[in-house]
Design a protein. Structure first.
Length: 147
């Protein structure tokens, strides 16, 4: 797209002087939101092609369910460690972070897994806890799976 000042830009990227980096205006929340939109669009496309969209009763895979349950357990243990005098909150924090990164990095191949993963991560993000660069890196890497 050519702007009135003659500088070419494309979807949120600005051209800069030599030695500067182009920056993207997309953030983690926008990426997760657009990922959810892609799920809705793929469901609509599947319906248009005559394939049945996944029903609400379809459950995520055992692997993703186990990762989510492990994170919930680690999160509860971390909360308890924070409130206990002499509790090992550093260890509990690392375990909770490892469990969350495992969910972020899970390659959700099936649509029911993608929906469950997106819903759970949006729930975590709503609490303001999906905020490390490692979270976004793991989510992005998880999308690069091959069939």
């Amino acid at each position: 797209m050519l702007r009135s000042d003659g500088v070419t830009s494309s979807i949120g990227l600005r051209s800069k002087q030599i030695g500067e980096f182009a920056t993207s205006r997309i953030n983690r929340r926008a990426l997760l939101f657009h990922s959810g939109s892609a799920v809705v669009a793929s469901t609509a496309a599947a319906t248009a092609l005559g394939t049945a969209p996944p029903g609400r009763n379809q459950e995520p895979s055992d692997g993703l369910r186990e990762l989510i349950e492990a994170h919930r357990t680690a999160y509860a243990a971390f909360g308890e460690a924070l409130h206990d005098i002499g509790g090992d909150s550093d260890r509990a924090s690392r375990e909770e972070e490892r469990a969350l990164l495992a969910i972020c990095g899970h390659a959700a191949v099936e649509e029911c897994d993608r929906l469950a993963k997106a819903r759970y991560l949006l729930e975590i993000d709503a609490r303001g806890e999906l905020d490390l660069p490692e979270h976004m890196q793991a989510v992005l890497r998880s999308t690069m799976w091959k069939r």
